[in-house]
Design a protein around this ligand. Sequence first.
Ligand SMILES: C[S@@+](CC[C@H](N)C(=O)[O-])C[C@H]1O[C@@H](n2cnc3c(N)ncnc32)[C@H](O)[C@@H]1O
Length: 431
Amino acid sequence: MIKPYYKSKDKNFYLLKGDTMELLPKINHKFDMVFADPPYFLSNNGLSIQSGKIVSVNKGKWDKSKDYGYVNDFNRKWLKHIREVMKDDATIWISGTMHNIFSIGQILTELDFKILNIITWQKTNPPPNFSCRYFTYSTEQIIWARKSKKVPHYYNYELMKQLNGNKQMQDVWKLPAIAKWEKSCKKHPTQKPLSVLTRIIMASTKPNAWILDPFTGSSTTGIAANLANRRFLGIDQETKFLEISKCRKLEIENEQTAELYRKKISGFNTKTEFNKYLKTEPKPIEKITLGFCRKKDIPSLTKTNKFYFHAIEQNNFVQDFPTEILDAKELFLYQGGRGKPLYFTGHSGKIKEIKLKHKSQIKRKENSKTEYYYEVTLKENFKFDKSNSNKLKPKILFDKKDKTNKELLRKYLPTITTKERIVKNTRLNEN
Ligand SMILES: C[S@@+](CC[C@H](N)C(=O)[O-])C[C@H]1O[C@@H](n2cnc3c(N)ncnc32)[C@H](O)[C@@H]1O
């Protein structure tokens, strides 16, 4: 079982500890967006200047300089795993410098990603070049790519235009390097500024989106995501960085601090623009979940507000962090399926909470090998409404091309859909 290193109270911020290469294949959740700031492999005992002082460029063991072959293999491996946890319409942003960006660009193309833009982040306050033999390094590149060549991605064109004085936002972003107030929880050696991550998140995700950072460090991505009402999972192998991440999340649990930080983030026309925009941003459609039941279950189910889903996951890994089901707001019961017509029994209920539980924690009569269950608690007992009982052809509801639905059904996992989809499909069936 993957147990998070940290799970925030609001369940919008999760951290996993370990090697990202080992953890990614165990994740059975699909993300809307990925931001990755992988090791640049530039710690070569060189020197640089920071706040007027000569400092070593070494960031840590994880960043030790390696040959090009090693860097390529490393990038190929994590990018392959990342593809598997991205939704079909998801995009990925990867930041880098000349040390790794060519390798990443090449591998993205090899793996069939479609490169959308290469953003140049021009730091308005870069440190001077110590050797005086090169131009000052003042930029970092951020590649934006989408998973599929065919499936369109989301781009918040209007907001980006608004942030650029009502002219199309360009691919050179002038934003300052990290500010002092962003280091209130100790500093990560390569901490990104919230302004860069906020722009990335606002440009490419909708509210409630799930964002993944496989090299999370101090979790700038997660902090920007939560400040923008998006959700986050971060992975890092070092406890000290996960502790900085946790401290940063605890800070913004105080709504006044969160509001203040949103005012301080650069890249907006006014101090209040970000807060104001978030208040008016349209929320996505509410999801429902479909629970399979047998006819004989119905009398007992109608006397309760509980429902259990088998939590069987890929390779028998169950995770204590979000799977699709935790997004569901309402539960509908159905019978049939797996080749037979689906029959909605008409029983449904609004969901209060969904928790992952071990079988020893729940009273069950069913004889099954399942170790873990999702326990769904409804706000009230199941309600019966005849108008909700429909017969549907499974192949219509669970679109053949929709791989996620097919897989979920096969594994007895809860199926997430929207009410609109059921209504639409009912009409199709009646025709
Ligand atoms: C460039 S830093 C990310 C900094 C981050 N963007 C921030 O704002 O704090 C890369 C991070 O990846 C972590 N890391 C490197 N290799 C890793 C691996 N194989 N698995 C997990 N974490 C790794 C390092 O510990 C480091 O914190």
